[in-house]
Design a protein around this ligand. Structure first.
Ligand code: SF4
Length: 412
């Protein structure tokens, strides 16, 4: 099989993995004339998207889509009737370098089906990164998938070459993983996440107390994971609780949510239809609220309903449920309070706090701060604006934010 055909198969097989953002790594470049590639700002890697909305701007491939495991939600599972291919280590290295030189990509995202054993597979993945870094002096971004059961020495070596490592938690609930991916073991996954966290903490400490010029590196862009949503019955509340636990326990940089896509010859244990993509989007918004806006998972989703509303964003939904906390006086509110106002982003809040030391904030300033007036004005007091309490407390406020109902077409 020629490399072109392998690339078609192995890039297609990798597209279901959403966890490929390249943020947060160290800065490297080749302006010294040695080496190849850079991770300089403005050269962000995940800046193009496939028609189905998935990011593909890294060279995002599997080493092989053959796999010993039979995870029911995965198109590469052993019982799947798809064409199989396998790159050699040298083929992936050559593709990465060639694509980089042609300006097609700025980095590599490499994962693999599990062949022979976890150690053998991980060793192959590490060999690609080692060759790129040591023989080709490649300084672009590298993200490697980590095989949970792989030997500690291989994981340490992966962290030496990769910017980011990730291990997919796959399912929000342990019993879903047992049912849908019987060979996978949530304890092994979490144990490896814990090992990564220890190594990341150690590397950070070594940097802080470094006596030599270049202390040993370990995955400077940290670790991430991916959760498939909609393949089991887990509610959004369960998903966000699991994410909060993962962020807290393993200091993950990101949890990626990937809406389950029905696959050919799918098992009966899987739903026939995918969840709406907007659900994935709402989970990302809720995830941001937890990481940057000071919300707890339990505040974002209504305990009784268990699901995020699909028609409005989760911060607006929270504000509508807590109208007694509004209107908020923008001239005196704390940062934490301002972050809870619908339409207020973190940058806008910081700019408000800087500006209000010098002058009062007026309605016209909202546009300058890129704050949507329609969303924010019912909840805030400005020097020239006070919202109507009748509007704030009335049943019609929620309706104002909901998308207008449209008549369905007849399909002809
Ligand atoms: S281990 Fe499971 S999820 Fe990973 S490639 Fe194999 S079948 Fe797919």
């Amino acid at each position: 099989m020629d490399v072109q055909r392998k690339l078609e198969i192995l890039a297609d097989a990798a597209k279901y993995d959403a966890s490929c953002a390249s943020s947060g790594t160290e800065k490297r470049d080749s302006s010294d004339g040695k080496g190849l590639g850079s991770t300089a700002p403005g050269m962000g890697i995940c800046h193009s998207y496939a028609p189905d909305g998935r990011c593909i701007s890294l060279l995002k491939v599997l080493l092989t889509n053959a796999c010993n495991y039979d995870c029911l939600y995965c198109v590469n599972r052993t019982s799947s009737n798809v064409p199989r291919a396998r790159f050699t280590v040298d083929e992936v290295v050559k593709l990465t370098i060639d694509f980089y030189r042609r300006n097609y990509i700025e980095g590599l995202f490499l994962s693999s089906g599990i062949i022979r054993s976890a150690d053998y597979t991980m060793e192959q993945v590490v060999r690609v990164a080692r060759k790129l870094r040591e023989e080709h002096h490649f300084r672009g971004y590298i993200h490697l998938k980590t095989i949970p059961e792989a030997d500690d020495a291989l994981i340490a070596e992966a962290g030496k070459y990769a910017d980011r490592l990730s291990i997919n938690i796959e399912m929000p609930l342990e019993n879903s993983l047992t049912k849908l991916a019987p060979e996978k073991n949530v304890r092994a996954i979490r144990r490896t996440m814990g090992r990564l966290r220890l190594k990341l903490d150690e590397a950070k400490e070594n940097h802080r107390t470094a006596t030599q010029a270049k202390p040993a590196r370990f995955a400077p862009a940290g670790q991430s994971t991916q959760m498939i949503i909609g393949a089991d019955t887990a509610s959004d509340k369960t998903i966000l609780d699991t994410s909060a636990n993962l962020y807290g326990s393993y200091r993950l940089r990101r949890v990626y949510y990937s809406a389950f896509s029905p696959i050919p010859d799918a098992s009966r244990a899987l739903p026939l239809v995918p969840p709406p993509l907007i659900r994935e989007h709402r989970l990302y918004q809720a995830d941001w609220l937890m990481r940057f806006y000071g919300f707890d998972a339990g505040e974002i989703v209504d305990e009784a309903e268990g699901m995020l509303p699909l028609d409005i964003d989760p911060k607006l939904a929270w504000a509508l449920h807590h109208r007694d906390r509004f209107p908020l006086d923008v001239s005196t509110a704390s940062r934490e309070e301002l972050l809870r106002v619908p339409g207020f982003g973190t940058k806008a809040v910081d700019r408000i706090i800087a500006t209000r030391r010098l002058t009062s904030i007026r309605t016209a300033d909202l546009a300058r701060l890129h704050i949507p007036q329609k969303k924010a004005l019912p909840f805030i007091v400005l020097s020239d604006h006070r919202p109507s309490l009748h509007l704030l407390e009335g049943a019609g406020l929620a309706e104002r934010f909901k998308p207008k109902a449209t008549q369905l077409g007849f399909g002809f």
